[in-house]
Design a protein around this ligand. Structure first.
Ligand code: R5P
Length: 303
């Protein structure tokens, strides 16, 4: 790697951005942010002259305030581009709108594609995201794109207080995350499947292949939004005889009463990461710092 490395951060994500800058041994460039009286955003890089011929890593998450964060990220990228950097890497651990990755109903916008297309159109060399809901969206990015999985790090935190653990995905589609963590730690893994009794119509949710009886269980998912998916999964697993249940989710949005729902389900811990610009102080939640993992991914993209 040659030349200067510079990190530029979004307003709400400075703490994590500075950690990433330290890991990369990069300079951290100050930005002036303001909001006009009509609500519009303004950014100004305070010492832009050092950008020329440097590699710039723009770091910003897109939650909370998704729409503002997207605009802010675009403005930062534009401000950087105006000073002819050698390379631009965008690291956005939470990429907003990624759950709308196709038309579920006729007439819908595929908003995940829109976001990726807009980022592509700015002309970024590389894009780094964390555990995107629909990895196929990144195929639309014109440049190198990395989807950083962190389920192994989240599970590692849970394993400190578990015996005879098993990793579960809440559905078949999420099995990749469970497998990734399980293989890293040499554990068994499975996914939950819904069964409907053909006579009574009753629905049961249970692991496809393995028994959870007397096992400690970590349920691994990408996003906790309303908490419904995880709360249901945790409750079912405990009803089937699991000794204790932890939840490991890359992005803990925890909207409205999600935390209460999960607490009531019997889950004893939510393990998540600093992928968002929010930190909820609650004894149920453990945060894992993923700045080293991000720096490890970004480092080879700098030259
Ligand atoms: C769904 O496909 C996702 O992987 C998550 O399970 C989902 O977004 C979680 O949403 P909620 O917390 O609202 O159930």
């Amino acid at each position: 790697m040659s030349g200067r490395i510079i990190v530029v951060s979004g307003y709400n994500y400075v703490n994590t951005s500075k950690k990433i800058a330290d890991e990369l041994r990069a300079d951290f460039l100050d930005v002036k942010y303001k909001r006009f009286p009509d609500g519009e955003l303004y950014v100004r890089i305070e010492d832009p002259s050092i950008i020329r011929d440097s590699t710039v890593v723009v770091v910003n998450t897109m939650y909370p305030s998704q729409n503002d964060s997207i605009i802010e990220t675009l403005f930062l990228l534009d401000a950087v581009k105006r000073y002819s950097p050698r390379r631009i890497v965008l690291c956005t651990p939470y990429l907003a709108y990624a759950r709308q990755d196709k038309q579920f109903l006729p007439g819908e916008s595929v908003s995940g594609e829109v976001i990726v297309n807009i980022l592509s159109s700015i002309g970024i060399d590389a894009l780094v995201v964390v555990d995107i809901h629909a990895p196929h969206l990144l195929e639309g990015f014109k440049g190198y794109a990395a989807n950083v999985l962190i389920s192994d790090l989240l599970v590692e935190e849970g394993l400190k207080t578990m015996t005879n653990p098993i990793i579960l995905a809440p559905d078949k589609g999420a099995i990749g995350r469970a497998r990734y963590a399980a293989e890293k730690h040499g554990l068994e893994y499975d996914y939950l499947e819904k069964y409907r009794d053909r006579i009574t119509g009753e629905i049961t949710i249970k692991p496809k292949n393995l028994s959870v009886k007397n096992r400690d269980v970590i349920i691994v998912d990408d996003i906790i939004s309303t908490g419904g998916t995880i709360a249901k999964a945790a409750k079912m697993v405990l009803e089937r005889g699991a000794r204790k249940v932890y939840v490991a989710a890359s992005h803990a949005l925890l909207i409205n009463d999600a935390l209460t729902k999960i607490r009531r389900s019997g889950a004893e811990m939510i393990i998540t990461a600093n992928t968002l610009a929010q930190k909820i102080n609650d004894k149920l939640i453990r945060y894992v710092d993923i700045s080293s993992r991000l720096a490890e991914t970004i480092n080879p993209l700098l030259s």
